[in-house]
Design a protein around this ligand. Sequence first.
Ligand SMILES: Nc1ncnc2c1ncn2[C@@H]1O[C@H](COP(=O)(O)OP(=O)(O)O)[C@@H](O)[C@H]1O
Ligand SMILES: [Mg+2]
Length: 227
Amino acid sequence: MPGAPALSVERVSMRYPSSSRAVLDACSLTVAPGERVALLGLNGSGKTSLLLAIAGLVPFEGSIAVDGVVLSRTSIDAVRGRIGFLFSNPEDQLLFPRIRDDVEYALVRDGVSGEDVRRRAGAMMEVMGIAALAEGSPYELSHGQKLRAALAGVLIHEPPLLLLDEPSGALDPPGRRSLAALLRGRPGAMLMATHDLEFARWCCTRFVQLERGRVVRDTADPEGITF
Ligand SMILES: Nc1ncnc2c1ncn2[C@@H]1O[C@H](COP(=O)(O)OP(=O)(O)O)[C@@H](O)[C@H]1O
Ligand SMILES: [Mg+2]
């Protein structure tokens, strides 16, 4: 929605049913359209849980809105349509036997015509450097190629908000650099969970640090962030 933040998280708290401990504790965060924000913190600080809450994948207290749409039972499809989610393991989202079908899926689901689907998927796979792999199987790809294929499938419908969970974790140095360049070059907002501070600095202009499910730092200057 024009003028709305890409993401608004207001006093969000959650706990998993199996645990008495709050995983998110009155967590608040606003991301402007086009802003690239790193969500930093140690293992267990609540980064993945916050991304899952934003995508409506876990129950929470408080309020979340994506591109002006408040997340609720009735709006969940509208919210998910505004989000691109890259899971920490790209294999979790490569579901078809052929790479091309994974990249095209979101457009097919949205009823885009066959010719447009093929044209847009072809262009996206070129940008991602995976055009030559289009007819192959996900099982034939390296981790970095799987990540690019999953990202192509996520970005193809141009979501106003991209959520990324530890995208640099298993990449080699050239893979990290080229993924950072790719993420910097796209126009939409993103919230990237990572404990890779160097990668965060390459990609993001704002750094939000979580500790035990609370925002303890929110800064444009990553100097002095240690964890
Ligand atoms: N499915 C789950 N059930 C119970 N506890 C969980 C579950 N997933 C994560 N947790 C716990 O929630 C806390 C935050 O985890 P997580 O959001 O994955 O943190 P991060 O992504 O920052 O490493 C951790 O203490 C973790 O053990
Ligand atoms: Mg995590």
